[in-house]
Design a protein around this ligand. Structure first.
Ligand SMILES: [Zn+2]
Length: 220
């Protein structure tokens, strides 16, 4: 190989390496800033709660648009309850929400890893822990310290919220559901390794009402 060709090759490799480093050092910018993302979710829930039928959405075009890359604007940690699907209750579409669901909207290391990925690699800056009225997992934890099989793991993780909410006024289940969502939001704040991006991230918890379809928002 001629010296000039070698130099060109070296320069090309150097450029590519620098480009790779730049990409690695600079995660994608926020899909949507946290405040604006929260407004979008509030507006979406209002549409959902006040609609007679779910609004028609351009699903095929959106599928094509998001097939190669996703830029969700919020991370939702929701209960697995079949009546609380985040894309529905926030009236959003494919690619809008990065969703983690377990009974009782709990988190573990897998969930924390998913949250970190959603922030660092996908650009989400808003994290919502979404509890809901009449949550069966929280009800089970209210009624007993233990449960059969792996349900026991859910009940055990909800116990601290049940205990903390014991003296709260009003309905015991509603108080425990709210406290559980608050505690999970606090756990995310304490444990998620978000580095410098933490200052751009907002973590909130909210309670979805099965009867009205409305979400009561709370900021910790
Ligand atoms: Zn639930």
């Amino acid at each position: 190989m001629k010296t000039t060709s070698k130099l060109t090759l070296f320069a090309t490799i150097a450029c590519l390496s620098v480009a790779a480093l730049v990409l690695a050092d600079h995660p994608p910018a926020a899909s949507v800033p946290a405040d604006a993302a929260l407004t979008k979710l509030k507006e979406g829930n209002l549409r959902f709660a006040t609609s007679e039928v779910s609004q028609g959405k351009p699903i095929a075009a959106r599928r094509k648009e998001t097939a190669q890359a996703q830029h969700p604007f919020a991370i939702i940690v929701a209960c697995a309850d079949s009546r609380t699907g985040p894309e529905l209750v926030f009236d959003e579409n494919l690619g809008d929400l990065f969703v983690i669901r377990t009974a009782g909207n709990l988190i573990d290391d897998h969930a924390l890893g998913s949250i970190e990925y959603g922030v660092e690699h996908l650009g989400a800056r808003l994290i919502v822990v979404l509890g809901h009225t009449g949550c069966g997992a929280v009800k089970a934890a209210l009624e007993s310290d233990h449960a059969p099989g792996h349900i026991d793991s859910l009940v055990r993780d909800i116990q601290p919220a049940v205990k903390a909410a014991k003296s709260a006024p009003g309905d015991a289940l509603t108080a425990a559901v709210t406290e559980n969502a608050r505690q999970v939001a606090a756990q995310i704040k304490a444990k998620a390794a978000l580095g410098d991006l933490a200052k751009e991230v907002m973590i909130v918890f909210a309670i979805y009402d099965l009867d009205t379809g409305k979400i009561n928002w709370t900021k910790d």
